[in-house]
Design a protein around this ligand. Sequence first.
Ligand SMILES: NC(=O)c1ccc[n+]([C@@H]2O[C@H](COP(=O)([O-])OP(=O)(O)OC[C@H]3O[C@@H](n4cnc5c(N)ncnc54)[C@H](O)[C@@H]3O)[C@@H](O)[C@H]2O)c1
Length: 377
Amino acid sequence: MAIKVGIAGKRGICFLQGLRGIEDVQVEAFCDIDEDVLTAEASKHGISHTYRVFEDMLASDIDAVIIATPMQLHVQQVLAALDAGKHVLSEVPAGTTMDEMYWLVEAVEHSGKVYMMAENYFYIPENQLIMNMVRGGVFGDVYFGEGEYLHNIKSIVHKNVGGVNLWRNYWQLGLRGMFYPTHSAGPVMKWFEGDRVKSLCCMGAGHHTQPSFRQEDTTITLCQMESGKMVKLRLDCLSERPHNMSYYSLQGTKGCYEAPRGLGDDHKIWLTGMDKDTDSASWRPLKDFWDEYMPERYKHATEEQRSAGHWGGDFFIVEDFINAVKGKAAPTVDVYEACEWSSIAMLSALSLMNGSKVVDMPDFRKQKRYVDQNVKI
Ligand SMILES: NC(=O)c1ccc[n+]([C@@H]2O[C@H](COP(=O)([O-])OP(=O)(O)OC[C@H]3O[C@@H](n4cnc5c(N)ncnc54)[C@H](O)[C@@H]3O)[C@@H](O)[C@H]2O)c1
């Protein structure tokens, strides 16, 4: 029997090509509260059932739902979907408050349904390649990682320039701290497999470019891992500069990796033994390691899979979600990782508003009693 999928929010359409590339999956329904978007997208993509009201789509016989509505709606819609017995693929971040994180964990644990967060930057081919190199011990013991999301979004927080405020005005540039953490944190956290964020602190560069926004021009969040290792995350959604939404680096005992910064720069690594001494050390292209370490499905991706979007990631992410629904694999980003990565937003704001004090990250896998759900600062 085919797995029937419904999509909520127009961004979810980017998963359509991937879903249609899987044999026993049918995209049955599309939901968007905006009537114009609803009719235009449904007719463009030939989706037969349309709904303006999310709960009405849940009342249909779909098996799974993709939630790609604004971030402040994710948790309430995920909970409604799980209640209705649907599996869920949710856009990032998982939610927007600490209480929501706990609701989410409890609801997923009780539902027995699949919940996966659609953190797609982990599916960037180079991030997958690096993960295989980390797993293969190529960098030795990895003790430092970085992720940066530099994306000037000032022009998309209002409907037209100077017009009606959109959700991004409040839930992104209206927040303090690292409000959009998962693209930077996700891939790096996967390289620190088996570890978790134990505590973090956040510092901001102040309000300069457009001081009407509560968000500071740049924030840096430092995450101390349970192992004592460190991850540094930078968010900048205001500064006047070219975008760079996928900068990453890592350092291990045997070598390092750096993503491109622009102007002809490329993905590059250096490993001990490559040069006669460290004074003559020079970068090597990451692509030299493609054949040995790139996951097979990326090496053999079809043109159709690659064209699904986000470097083929939009195909593999839905393939992984559908495999989880079929019970063939665990979700790639489960509810515990989703909550840990997403709550970097709330905890970094708390740190920033308390003189950059160090804040403990709850262990979402363990804490069941309310008394253990306090955030220590
Ligand atoms: N993974 C990524 O690379 C990536 C990129 C962009 C956005 N996002 C995430 O995707 C989500 C959507 O972002 P966007 O840029 O598409 O926002 P958007 O404002 O452009 O689109 C949101 C859509 O949701 C619809 N909507 C709003 N409320 C609804 C409701 N109650 N029921 C049904 N539909 C509703 C709107 O009409 C609109 O069409 C956000 O959570 C964002 O963080 C992720």
